[in-house]
Every structure is written in structure tokens, then in C-alpha cells.
Design a protein around this ligand. Structure first.
Ligand code: ZN
Length: 385
């Protein structure tokens, strides 16, 4: 009997694995994979100030190439459960759809790649022509400190190597097969602080209003950063907050701040970007204003997986099952692919993202069937080559 992705997805949804709780989801997968002769490991990571998080790594096969499937079983909270038309942790089927928190992000995706691998192994007498691995974290939706980063580190220390990875995040925009994510922009947060001299508003000559400098610098920093690159749209700096914190009507404040976020493409590194911003500020200030930048540490570096044999293989598998020609996209927010790319080339392909994080998160049952077939074709093609 072929492995049933719908049953696996329903069982996973029934586990209340709201970050950072494991909720039984990893234990369920561990049991399922151990029965198919995978070596399964659990690793709990902790750090002061964060909740400990349970993670899973499983592998079958001892030789290269090692095809890795990655994902997360943790989910965001359901919000007001009473307004869901089907309870968020019941895994109910209605009108050919599967409902529940995590249905698309991303217990559904995990169910599909696990079912596809089990199917492939059953057809191959239990042995892949190489290795298949699963790297499943319980900390993606939270601060992402005790999850994929540490799990990859842990695996590397054990001598594990990966050749290619599919991350099963909901990558499709409208319909299954429309989009593979082959990169993500980087993200960097900063604060611009302009210092002045506090004083009475009636005697501005005795004060130095930092708001003047802040306005000039904000204007200068909004100039375009680039014109985009082959695989990316232009980088973008957006101010998110302007703060003086002055509740007094007759006081010139002593300091003014503005926070901003930059989503940047592969034309920049974090260091080069900081230099560019600081140079522009210096030119705009022209020695008239005292200012400083505070940069928040960022682990969200830009990454891109260039078109090549691996992307071709995934595109062909998707086209065979869905009849669609997926585009390689680099839009959207960050994901754990930003960490995986340091170990092997990674593509993101999963369900359709439309209802992720929403009330009544759900996926067509047909998409679960088709996605399983796609992963199955990817595995077949991967090990046939
Ligand atoms: Zn996700």
C-alpha cells in the first residue's frame, strides 16, 4: 500500500506543536521513519533566554549523494480557535480540503516528502541509490535560534554531508507548480541616531534641533540602492519608525532616532551595504549634523541558487506532474534556507502559501497528492542520474 500523505498530514496537525512545543509531532515522525529503517536522531538545543527546542535528523543510506529534505513541525498559534470553521488541531477534511494549523506551513509539505520517500524506498526494496535525509526543526516560527542552525552544526560535527536540499516551505503563490524559491533577499535592521542639544523652543539659537538632521538624512537614505540583479528585484530600504519621544511642547529634544530595514539582493554583502549607507549619510550630513548608526546583528544573509542541473531536475518533475513550468523566484521573506545554503545548494518547493498563518489554514487534498508525486519524481530522477 503506498504511503498516505493525507493520513500523515492529519496526524501531524493533531499534534499541538506551537513553537517551541514539540507536541508529539517529532515523535510521530521518528516512529514512522524508524519503521522504514531510517536512523533517527533527536537533538534538544537550548540557550540562556530561549526555550529549549526539540529537533530531528533521520537518514537512510550510507553513501553519497545525500538528498536532504528540510522543514519544521512547529506552527504559529491558532489565534481565536472559536472562529475557525474546523478546529485548528483536528485535521478535519471538508469539501476536498484538509484544514488545520500547519496544513500548508508546513506539516502538509513534510507529510508529502515523507510519503514520497517511503514510497520510493518501498519500490527500491528499502534502499536508495545513495542517501535520503530529513532535517526537521521545532524552531522556525519562533526566534529560530535552537533549530536549523544548531541542527546543521550538530550534523556537520557528526560528519554528515549533504549534496542537495529541498526545503518544503509553501513556495507556490496561486497554484501548485507556479513557483520554486531559488533564493531570498537578505534582511538588515539599523537605527539612525542624530544628536543635538536640548533647549527651550523659544530660543532655538541656544539649542541644536536633531530633527533637522534626521529629516535630511532620512531623505538621503531613500535613494535607490541598485537596479536589481539577474535573479533579484532591486534592494530596498524602508524606514519603519521615527522616534523623538518628546512629550513637552516647548522643548527642543536632544536626540532623534529612526529605525529602518533593508531587504537586499546579491549585489551586496552586509558589510558593503553598511559602508554604502554610512557613506551616503556622511555626504548628506556634510559635517552639519552629528549622527551614528546602530546595526542589529543579522543572520539573514542573501542567498541564491543559480540555475543548473538540480533546478532543471526539479522544474522537470514539477512540469511532468502539474503541466506547469515553475518560475525560479527570490521574492518574499527569509526562511531556514538562509542557513542550509552554507552546507549545500537548496531549493524551496512546497504547497500553495495563500492561507499560511491565517484562520482556516487549509490545502486542497489534491495538492497533497500532487506534491507527493512531485517529490517522488524528484527523488527518482535524483538517484537515477
Ligand atoms: Zn514555514
Amino acid at each position: 500500500m503506498p504511503a498516505d500523505p493525507i493520513a500523515i498530514a492529519r496526524n501531524l496537525i493533531r499534534c499541538r506543536s506551537v513553537t517551541p512545543d514539540e507536541g508529539g509531532a517529532l515523535s510521530y515522525l521518528q516512529d514512522l521513519l524508524a519503521r522504514a529503517s531510517f536512523d533517527v536522531y533527536r537533538a534538544i538545543f537550548a540557550e540562556p533566554g530561549t526555550a529549549p527546542v526539540d529537533n530531528l535528523y533521520a537518514r537512510i543510506g550510507k553513501v553519497a549523494p545525500n538528498l536532504l529534505f528540510a522543514g519544521h513541525t512547529d506552527v504559529v498559534p491558532a489565534g481565536n480557535e472559536a472562529i475557525w470553521s474546523h478546529p485548528p488541531f483536528a485535521g478535519e477534511l471538508a469539501s476536498e480540503r484538509l484544514y488545520g494549523r500547519g496544513a500548508v506551513d508546513m506539516k502538509g509539505g513534510i507529510a508529502c516528502f515523507v510519503a514520497a520517500a517511503l514510497d520510493y524506498l518501498a519500490a527500491k526494496g528499502g534502499k536508495p541509490n545513495g542517501s535520503i535525509s530529513f532535517l526537521i526543526t521545532g524552531d522556525e516560527e519562533g526566534v529560530a535560534v535552537n533549530g536549523t542552525v544548531k541542527l546543521l552544526n550538530w550534523a556537520a560535527e557528526r560528519g554528515e554531508t549533504f549534496d542537495h536540499c529541498i526545503l518544503g516551505e509553501p513556495s507556490n503563490v496561486e497554484v501548485l507548480g507556479d513557483t520554486i524559491k531559488a533564493g531570498r533577499r537578505g534582511s538588515l535592521n539599523g537605527t539612525l541616531i542624530v544628536s543635538g542639544r536640548q533647549g527651550h523652543v523659544a530660543y532655538p539659537e541656544r539649542a541644536d534641533n536633531p530633527i533637522r538632521g534626521l529629516v535630511a538624512l532620512i531623505a538621503a537614505l531613500q535613494a535607490p540602492l541598485d537596479e536589481g540583479s539577474e535573479q533579484f528585484s532591486p534592494s530596498h530600504l524602508e524606514f519603519t519608525s521615527v522616534d523623538v519621544g518628546n512629550a513637552t511642547v516647548n522643548l527642543i529634544p536632544g536626540e532623534a532616532r529612526a529605525r529602518f530595514n533593508i531587504r537586499y539582493n546579491d549585489r551586496h554583502s552586509q558589510t558593503a551595504l553598511k559602508t554604502l549607507i554610512e557613506r551616503r549619510a556622511k555626504a548628506a550630513a556634510g559635517g552639519r549634523f552629528r549622527y551614528a548608526f546602530e546595526w542589529q546583528p543579522s543572520n539573514a544573509d542573501v542567498f541564491v541558487t543559480k540555475p543548473g542541473p538540480f533546478t532543471d531536475l526539479a522544474i522537470a518533475a514539477i512540469a511532468e506532474i502539474t503541466g506547469r513550468q515553475p518560475k525560479l523566484s527570490t521574492s518574499g521573506g527569509t526562511s531556514d534556507a538562509r542557513f542550509i545554503k552554507n552546507y549545500c545548494s537548496v531549493l524551496e518547493f512546497g504547497l500553495v502559501g495563500q492561507t499560511m498563518h491565517q484562520t482556516d489554514e487549509s490545502t486542497p487534498v489534491q495538492d497533497l497528492v500532487a506534491l507527493t508525486a512531485i517529490y517522488r519524481r524528484i527523488i527518482e530522477k535524483y538517484f537515477a542520474g
